[in-house]
Ligand binder design. Structure first.
Ligand code: FAD
Ligand code: SF4
Length: 475
């Protein structure tokens, strides 16, 4: 424990965001970094509890009390060495993790939690700045070859771990650049894409081979892949978007959120988007259907592109501002989240069900909706009821469907490998992340369903452990 009195004397201080009026004019990251002296003080708030619930709350089991102490002692190298032992990519989680660790921090019982996520980001950025992050290729190669399909955080973490074991790794990626939703989903103002390039470059220098623009199952036969490689890892995410099959769905101007978010990421990178494919926002009335993070990312982009108005609607009730008895500490609190994008301006409506889209050959122009209420049925399940007489209309020139993803895409690779699915339609794996097909493994959203970067990293690491066991089974 760095400072036994830190938690008593130092108050939580967040890095904070750049001012709204500045940040809505650009796509640079909105969150700032604290000066080192402030960061050291923030780390000194860690109580080094006997039972560190933060460690339990973190999917990759980061050992944060240890690295917080090293931050306080200004030993950034030691902090980095401890952090990298459990997390391959703290620069991603340090930026976008919702930090379940902080929800379970013991300090949060009667005070504000330690700024664990921001401390983590400070460690890795300092490590890059001071040159501690260097390519560390394995000393010996085993001669075993593994194909990793998909370069989101699950595929990257698995590739990184297996490469460190000395296996030869080829990552096949359908998109033109690696990163999965880190690159073509999460907006630049939350995660600058140079951060992904920096890590991919490091992995390449450590010997991982990336083959982009290759859709396995179409450009390469899955049987060919199985014959050429000693093991295969499927990390293709859960990318089947949830649709809203109501009247008027085929009108122009109604898009899946990801179509918009990917296009935005590409435009910011400077890609040419053909005029007829451009989703034009300026001055238009934007309605985002779905109150979650993907919807919030649409709000942030639409504000930057000068939308006339933005309304985000959600069928679920507005969550409370504080924990309730149903989610006590140290569980994850189901409370209302106001993101940096919401702060930049948008109207949020709760308990609203969309009934129909209206418009003409020029596209959607309005939405009819109704207020709803929720009640438990005889089995204890929450059931939605329309409130009669509460129908209303919303003007809408552009609609984004941001209602999440149902499961892994079945067409193509999943059918081609013939892996068994679970009850949710995702890939079923055993304790070692092997699918029903021997030698073929899977992890991340394709197994867990749409989730978080930190869970994808955790599962990628666990699958690497399973693959390594499998490769070494006869030795
Ligand atoms: C808009 C948005 C915002 C998000 N924001 C956050 C956030 O702030 N914090 C957070 O923790 N999580 C966030 N998430 C969730 C997070 O991004 C995902 O949980 C995570 O990326 C899943 O990682 P993955 O590696 O399993 O899959 P993905 O990231 O989906 O990567 C799968 C990769 O597989 C590739 N692929 C698919 N099929 C093939 C094929 N046949 N051949 C070759 N390659 C293929 C895809 O092109 C893709 O690159 C967000 C998600 C979205 C969509
Ligand atoms: S990865 Fe996420 S949960 Fe784990 S310590 Fe970092 S911010 Fe917390």
């Amino acid at each position: 424990m760095g400072n036994p009195e830190g938690f008593l004397k130092i108050k939580r201080m967040e890095s904070g965001y750049r001012p709204v009026e500045e940040r809505v004019n650009d796509y640079r990251e909105v969150e700032m970094l604290l000066p080192d002296e402030q960061r050291e003080l923030q780390a000194s708030r860690c109580m080094d509890c006997g039972v560190p619930f933060c460690h339990w709350g973190c999917p990759v089991s980061n050992i944060m009390p240890e690295w917080q102490e090293m931050i306080y002692r200004k030993d950034w190298k030691a902090a980095y060495d401890i952090l990298k032992a459990t997390n391959n990519f703290p620069e991603f989680t340090g930026r976008v993790c919702p930090a379940p660790c902080e929800a379970s921090c013991v300090l949060s019982i009667n005070d504000e939690p330690v700024t664990i996520r921001q401390n983590e980001l400070a460690v890795i950025e300092k490590a890059f700045e001071l040159g501690y992050v260097k390519p560390e290729p394995p000393a010996v190669r085993t001669g075993k070859k593994v194909a990793v399909i998909g370069s989101g955080p699950a595929g990257l973490a698995c590739a990184d771990m297996l490469n460190k074991c000395g296996h030869s790794i080829t990552v096949f990626e359908a998109a033109d650049s690696p990163g999965g939703y880190l690159r073509y989903g999460i907006p630049d103002f939350k995660l600058d894409k140079k951060i992904i390039d920096r890590r991919v470059d490091l992995m390449e220098r450590e010997g991982v081979e990336f083959k982009t623009g290759i859709t396995v199952g179409r450009d390469i036969d899955t049987a060919e892949l199985c014959a050429e490689y000693d093991a295969v890892m499927i990390a293709i995410g859960a990318r089947e978007p949830r649709d809203l099959n109501i009247g008027g769905r085929s009108l122009g101007g109604i898009y899946y959120a990801l179509d918009y978010l990917e296009q935005q990421n590409r435009r910011i990178r400077g890609d040419h988007i053909p005029e007829e494919e451009l989703i034009k926002i300026i001055g238009r009335k934007v309605v985002v259907i779905g109150g979650g993070d993907t919807g919030s990312d649409c709000v942030g982009n639409a504000n930057r592109q000068g939308a006339g108005s933005i309304t985000q609607i959600e069928i679920l009730p507005e969550p409370p501002d504080h924990r309730t008895d149903s989610d006590p500490w140290p569980l994850w609190p189901r409370v209302k989240k106001t993101s940096s994008s919401h702060e930049e301006g948008c109207e949020r409506l709760w308990n609203v069900k969309t009934l129909r889209f209206h418009g003409d050959e020029t596209g959607v122009s309005r939405i009819s909706a109704i207020r709803v209420t929720w009640a438990r049925d005889n089995h204890g399940n929450m059931v939605v009821h329309d409130i009669p007489g509460t129908e209303f209309e919303l003007q809408a020139d552009i609609v984004f469907l941001a209602m999440g993803f149902t499961h892994v895409v079945h067409e193509g690779i999943v059918k081609s490998f013939g892996t068994e699915l679970d009850g949710n339609g995702n890939i079923r794996v055993d304790d070692n992340f092997m699918t029903s097909v021997r030698g073929v493994f899977s992890a991340g959203d394709s197994v867990r369903g749409a989730s978080l970067v930190v869970w994808a990293i955790h599962q990628g690491r666990e699958a690497a452990r399973g693959i390594n066991l499998y490769l070494n089974r006869d030795s």
